[in-house]
Design a protein around this ligand. Structure first.
Ligand SMILES: O=C(O)CCC(=O)C(=O)O
Ligand SMILES: [Fe+2]
Length: 343
């Protein structure tokens, strides 16, 4: 299938092709949410030698997970030039000839490298609706995959994936402690030495009628923590206290959201945040997304130490099975996470 990028380039589009109309009439269209300021976590304080400073950042981290499920990490130590190079190389990837990219086209979520355009969803009447985005996704851990073009892609991804894995481990140590557990509880219980890490790049070209289209419809992410970078163009919205809010990034920050397996592990204390990507009619938006999850075979359950205080609120499920079932769950069906709830 042709990419959304090619569609935009091939025609002087004045209106949205009907396949991409998520909202059939402008009355029900997307209304951009108001902007909200998010909790900010200073990552450098997690390795502070001052116990009070460390205790404070762990408390802030716990609050951010409990009240928002979404925060920005600053002073994360990932070099700005690595991030800039990654955006450049991902842009080059989407600029490659269609035939090159389509080599990776598949609908099988287990393929290690996948390119898709306008991934389909089905609305209530079972009609297909396409997302206004092109998409590249591959597994980087426990096994490392990466397209071999453009040049330097592999090296950059390899470095970014190592650094973000380290960031995820350290944040999860703080999160373990914020739940009153041993620092390495999550690392051991989720087998993070073999943790699943994915790299995804979303490419949202300018859209002629952005209010009728959707980049990604509302969803929660599978995994523990997702990291997101954007190329300076906004579009991410999160649900907070029942309302949609637009979120914007501080310079040099990384967005982090709590995901489904962290909700299960924390026995519901930390909620997996609902979010969506809206599109605009002016600028191409690129986001680089790294979901960090348990090892593929980990059976995820609420953490044992938390069950002294309350009974388990979620049933067990193997992580990879969860990923696969979630992928075939349709928009109007009950979300998989809700189906795991025991009461
Ligand atoms: O691009 C965005 O802003 C959201 C991406 C996202 O939610 C995802 O890839 O899971
Ligand atoms: Fe997401």
């Amino acid at each position: 299938m042709a990419s959304v990028k090619a569609l935009v380039q091939s025609q002087d589009l004045k209106s949205l092709p009907s396949d991409y109309a998520h909202f059939k009439d402008s009355q029900k269209s997307i209304v951009a949410g108001p902007e909200v300021s998010l909790p900010v976590i200073d990552f450098s304080l997690l390795s502070s030698t001052n116990p009070d400073e460390r205790a404070k950042v762990i408390e802030d981290l716990g609050k951010a997970c409990e009240e928002w499920g979404f925060f920005m990490v600053v002073n994360h130590g990932i070099p700005e030039n690595l991030i800039n190079s990654l955006f450049n190389v991902c842009n080059e990837f989407f600029d490659m000839p269609e035939e090159e990219k389509l080599k990776f086209e598949t609908t099988n979520p287990l393929y290690p490298v996948m390119v898709r355009s306008g991934s389909t969803i089905h609305d209530k009447s079972n009609q297909t609706v396409l997302f206004w985005r092109d998409y590249l996704r591959f597994f980087v851990h426990p096994e490392f995959y990466c397209p071999d073009k453009p040049q330097d892609f592999r090296d950059l991804i390899s470095e970014y994936s190592q650094r973000t894995r380290d960031l995820a481990c350290k944040l999860l140590q703080g999160i373990s402690q914020s739940l009153g557990m041993e620092e390495d509880y999550i690392q051991k219980a989720m087998d993070l030495d073999h943790g699943t890490q994915i790299f995804a790049a979303n490419y949202y070209p300018p859209c002629p009628q952005p209010e009728l289209a959707i980049g990604i419809p509302p969803h929660t992410d599978h995994g523990l923590l997702t990291f997101l970078l954007q190329n300076g163009v906004g579009g991410l919205e999160i649900q907070h206290e029942g309302q949609w809010f637009h979120v914007n990034a501080l310079p040099n920050s990384i967005f982090v959201n709590t995901a489904d397996q962290l909700e299960v592990l924390s026995n519901g204390k930390y909620k997996s945040v609902w979010h969506r990507a809206v599109v605009n009619n002016e600028k191409t938006r690129i986001t680089l997304v790294v979901p960090n999850g348990p090892s593929p075979d980990t059976i995820v359950t609420p953490a044992a130490p938390l069950l002294r205080e309350a009974p388990a609120a979620y049933g067990p499920m193997k992580y990879m099975e969860y990923v696969n079932v979630q992928r075939v769950t349709r928009l109007h069906e009950k979300p998989l996470l809700d189906r795991l709830k025991l009461h």
